[in-house]
Design a protein around this ligand. Structure first.
Ligand code: FCB
Length: 447
């Protein structure tokens, strides 16, 4: 089978990372404490007790990492900016040294003709803002807009693609609902207000972006969109899957593109729950036009109705088929289904901003890593991206999660998603077979 798949001219082939997962240097050059810096120090919250204090030491090794991207032929790179590097306390005076790091990174990318896509928030809130209520406090949205505005003016067109947030669902649900992510709060009733404030801050940042009047840059947001299927056609199961789709996907898509929360979700969660944080004018701000949408998708989830789950009355059915090391079913059509779901709401350009797989990679005695399962995963998912384009979806790029093995949140360093292996003891980078596969695929498909 040929791996020439005829992707459109200008298609972006990239890899994605996030600041806390790779940078390390957690307290260097004036950086402030983030909620992750605080959270990882709680006993028992990270599977292997790891922290992101050093992570991949990318803060010091970014030039080497950009060289790897160039050698792979990437023409785009998605990274996130650590808010507490720029504003150590969340606001006030910016920290020049933190900004300079991103300037150096972006300059290195441009030297290699790699298009930067910067995410403003990949879950590392300045702890100082968490101390004042975090995302449960509406004020945090204003602080975010100020931070965003500062960066639009400081970096501007040097970053052609700006994303406000990464996966607001995960920040809201895991950060404030079940406490598995930072800041580790366990208050299911905070999830919806937190989600609303995240969306509001997105809209305010879009306004700040338009006010900055850049000539070549675009703005969007990155959502997690996984398909949710019922285990049977029993009406109760169908409704359960639909509720989960509502609570994870539509609850973001509808406000962003239609300026309202889904009617069934308002009924289900109760209007009272949402009313306090929604103020007149909020929905107009949230639904400001954006230039692109980033879609993160990895798998699908199958559900059955079960009211022991008080939030959505659904229980996940464990996958039957092959899974990744995360226990996620390998289901390549998630790409097509996720993009088609989004296309029900908008026809703006779309990017797959994350897709990839963790496997228990074996390092051979000669040091090589022959991750054939990851290659199969990527091959099948990229073929699905091609199918989505054939079906009329305006897909402009595909970013593998991740460039290098990194700190996988509550899983610590136990889960490896990289195309490049990292030996955490020496910080040595080694290309896995999948990195060579991706390089060859890009070479055949770039014009
Ligand atoms: C996504 C996150 C990313 C990474 C992958 C595996 O939800 O955005 O940081 O952890 O999952």
């Amino acid at each position: 089978m040929s791996d020439k798949q005829d992707f459109p001219p200008g298609f972006l082939w990239g890899a994605a990372t996030a600041a806390y997962q790779i940078e390390g240097a957690w307290d260097e050059d004036g950086k402030g404490e983030s909620i992750w810096d605080r959270f990882v120090r709680r006993p028992g919250v990270i599977a292997d007790g790891a922290t992101g204090d050093v992570a991949c030491d990318h803060y010091h090794r970014y030039a080497e990492d950009v060289d790897h991207m160039a050698a792979m032929g990437l023409n785009a790179y998605r990274f996130s900016i650590a808010w507490p590097r720029i504003f150590p306390n969340g606001g006030g005076r910016p920290n020049q040294a933190g900004l300079d790091f991103y300037r150096r990174l972006i300059a290195a990318l441009h030297r290699h003709n790699i298009t930067p896509m910067a995410t403003l928030y990949h879950w590392d809130l300045p702890q100082a803002l968490e101390d004042r209520g975090g995302w449960a406090n509406r004020d945090t949205a204003m602080r975010f807009a100020e931070y965003a505005s500062f960066l639009f003016h400081a970096l501007g067109d040097d970053v052609p693609l700006w994303a406000t947030h990464n996966e607001p669902f995960i920040q809201g649900f895991y950060g404030y609902g079940n406490g598995e992510n930072a800041p580790g709060r366990r208050n299911p009733w905070a999830i919806l207000p937190v989600g609303h404030h995240l969306l509001l801050s997105h809209g305010m940042a879009v306004d700040a972006f338009r006010a900055a009047n850049l000539s070549a840059a675009q703005i969007g947001i990155v959502l997690m969109i996984w398909p949710h299927h019922p285990v049977s056609q029993r009406p109760a199961d169908v409704r359960a899957a639909r509720r989960v789709d509502g609570a994870m996907n539509r609850i973001f898509l509808e406000p962003l593109f239609r300026g309202c929360y889904p009617e069934d979700m308002l009924t289900h969660f109760g209007r009272r729950l949402m009313r306090p944080p929604i103020r007149p004018g909020d929905m107009e701000i949230i639904s400001r036009p954006i230039d692109f949408l980033g879609v993160n998708t990895y798998t699908r989830i199958v559900h059955t109705a079960d009211w022991r789950d008080v939030l959505v009355g659904a229980r996940q059915i464990p996958p039957h088929g092959p899974t990744t090391a995360m226990g996620w079913e390998i289901y390549p059509n998630c790409i097509v289904e996720a993009l088609q779901k989004v296309a029900e709401y908008t026809d703006i350009p779309l990017y797959i901003t994350e897709n990839g797989a963790a496997f228990d990679d074996l390092v051979e005695p000669d040091g090589s890593i022959n991750d054939a399962t990851r290659i199969d995963y990527l091959w099948a998912h990229i073929a699905a991206a091609r199918r989505a384009i054939n079906a009329g979806i305006d897909l402009r790029g595909y970013f593998v999660w991740s460039l290098i093995d990194n700190f996988e949140w509550a899983q610590g360093k136990t889960k490896r998603f990289g195309l490049i292996h990292v030996d955490y003891a020496t910080q040595r980078r080694t290309w896995k077979a999948s990195a060579r596969f991706f390089r060859d695929l890009i070479a055949k498909n770039t014009r």
